[in-house]
Write a protein that binds this ligand. Structure first.
Ligand code: ZN
Length: 277
């Protein structure tokens, strides 16, 4: 029967088939072939033996946390304490996009900012939405639950941005410790292999923070520009253009005309520099 792995604790896998959960072990053959079933895997199980017999092809897989078939990443972004970090936000958007995962943004701590900052935040929100990224406030519970529908979602974002609070807000029966889940990494339950998907509405959110290694590793500098989706609209006439110092570059023109957000372009140049090192 076909199901999906929603929890791994050491070598014990919980497989969900419709609303039923089955505790399973992996077929010995996997270890011999050096294959490890992952949370998010679509699998075939032998119900009589409680054994995972096959892993269906994955659309993607993350290393940290170890999850397969991730559809979206919610980048939890604090507006204050810690302060809004657009560099980190854009970096996460690039990493996520590069991995064929849909980015979305959840803004937290809007109650701590001034009216002036609220106006700027709204403008930023409009810009990111204009380039096709969903942006929510953490109070938009119904909208976030709707976004998660039929998806496997990971949370990303800086420590203290409110990832665990967001999970609790989305489902108050979860009662996750509000000290940041990322701080638990490498300690406690994370000393044994433990990854779990929480059912939120009709979708799943992983309990461990995604992309804890916040680097651009794996993206080559020629491909970085494709993770800034709004650069495509520019149809820069030079196909190899890095949109850096090239004369006649359409992307640079769009930045000057304020069609591309200056901070986005500046972050692009910073990431490019990081990748060139
Ligand atoms: Zn260009």
């Amino acid at each position: 029967m076909k199901g999906q792995i929603i929890r791994v604790i050491s070598n014990l896998y919980t497989v969900k088939i419709d609303e039923q959960l089955y505790g399973c072990r992996a077929r010995g053959k996997f270890r011999k072939d050096n294959i490890t079933p992952m949370v998010g895997d679509n699998v075939l199980i032998d119900i009589d033996e409680n054994i995972i017999t096959d892993i269906l092809p994955r659309k993607n897989e993350l290393e940290r946390p170890v999850i397969a078939n991730v559809d979206a990443a919610i980048i939890v972004t604090s507006l204050k304490k810690p302060n809004l970090d657009l560099n980190l936000l854009d970096k996460l958007i690039s990493i996520v996009t590069y991995n064929n995962i849909e980015p979305a943004i959840v803004l937290t701590k809007a109650d701590l900012i001034s009216d002036e900052s609220k106006k700027i935040t709204e403008e930023l929100k409009n810009y990111y939405e204009m380039i096709g990224i969903k942006v929510f406030y953490n109070t938009d519970v119904a909208e976030i639950i709707k976004f998660v529908r039929n998806k496997i979602v990971v949370l990303a974002g800086q420590t203290g941005a409110g990832k665990s609070s967001l999970l609790n807000r989305l489902d108050d029966s979860l009662d996750i410790e509000t000290n940041e889940i990322s701080e638990a990494l490498g300690r406690g339950k994370h000393t044994t292999r433990h990854v779990e998907l929480y059912k939120i509405g009709d979708g799943f959110i992983a309990d461990t923070p995604g992309f804890s290694a916040l680097d651009l590793k794996g993206i080559d500098k020629e491909n970085l520009k494709y993770t800034f989706v709004e650069f495509h609209n520019g149809e820069c006439k030079f196909r190899d253009c890095l949109h850096k110092k090239e004369i006649g570059c359409k992307v640079k023109e769009m930045v000057e005309n304020k069609e591309i957000l200056k901070s986005r372009y500046d972050n692009y140049l910073k990431f490019l520099e990081e990748l060139e090192k």
